[in-house]
Design a protein around this ligand. Sequence first.
Ligand SMILES: Cc1ncc(C[n+]2csc(CCOP(=O)(O)OP(=O)(O)O)c2C)c(N)n1
Length: 342
Amino acid sequence: MEPLRFIAEDGGVSDALPLTPDELVRGYRAVFRARLFDERAMTLQRQGRLGVYPPYRGQEAAQVGAVLALRPSDWLVPSYRETGAAIIHGLPMSQAILYWRADPAGWQFPDDLRVLPFYIPIATQLLHAVGVAAAGRYQEEDWVALTFIGDGGSSEGDFHEALNFAAVYDVPVVMVVANNGWAISVPTEKQMKNTRIAERAAGYGIPGVVVDGNDLAAVWHATREAVARARGGGGPTLIEAITYRMGPHTSSDDPSRYRSAEDGKVWEARDPVVRLELALRTLDAWDDARQEALVSEAKAEFEAAVREADAAPEPRPRQIVEHVFEVMTDDARSAWEALEHG
Ligand SMILES: Cc1ncc(C[n+]2csc(CCOP(=O)(O)OP(=O)(O)O)c2C)c(N)n1
């Protein structure tokens, strides 16, 4: 299986490009916002103004491209790596900041937003995405669920169970494996014999697609087809997006202890954001003035989000147990009372 690609590393665009220039501009604006958030979030973390943070630099196209294929009524079920995807599906940046500050107010995503909170236990999100998608069909809604997992997560039993169940019951779910080559310090080759993860789809009897995850057009196109198939009753798709985590696993990690600087340079040249900007310029759909306007717009958006997050009320301990269940259990209520009055 060769990865689907429409935009070359130097920004050259294939004649078969299935997106309009306007769509590419929309995509570029989205990956740019996602990158700016990620860079600034790392800075906040280093200033002690954010907790542990898992950056996604290098993976913007792999996550944003997929989310652009959704309608607002579709569900996003993200892992900790997909803050960018969540923002592009509508999570306010201020809320994302509160989340990574471990402020309980950050965990309570807006009721009208179809994004579940970030999943930290690896692979559990896949099962929940299948449940969300199956529930929609049961209720005769036409939503699709999109979920993400890493290459390492594909070694979990939950990965198999989610795929098998979704395949057998034609559940309208799209699963994207962001194959960034590393599960913290474990390279893909030490994790699996066949590193082409999309090939596993055949074992479940569902379509498997591999895309260049640093090409937003390829990711968007493949996901759009998968979402349409799912919505039309054609069941799940497994998409493998080949990409690279340019930064550390989290703000607490030092990747120079296990990865070579040469690898970093190779992937630097494949930067998904730079590549898309070059493509837009090749198509005469972008110029310096538009770039400058986007930079100031995105900076202003982030700065406003920080101000909003900073102005949030001090979290109260009792919030930890609020909003976990629709109706508090006895245990949760006694914990809530102890935290409130203790
Ligand atoms: C069930 C479970 N086991 C172990 C961990 C610890 N852990 C956190 S991230 C990680 C590696 C995940 O790698 P991958 O799935 O490739 O995703 P990436 O971090 O590269 O996005 C592990 C083992 C966890 N969070 N949950």
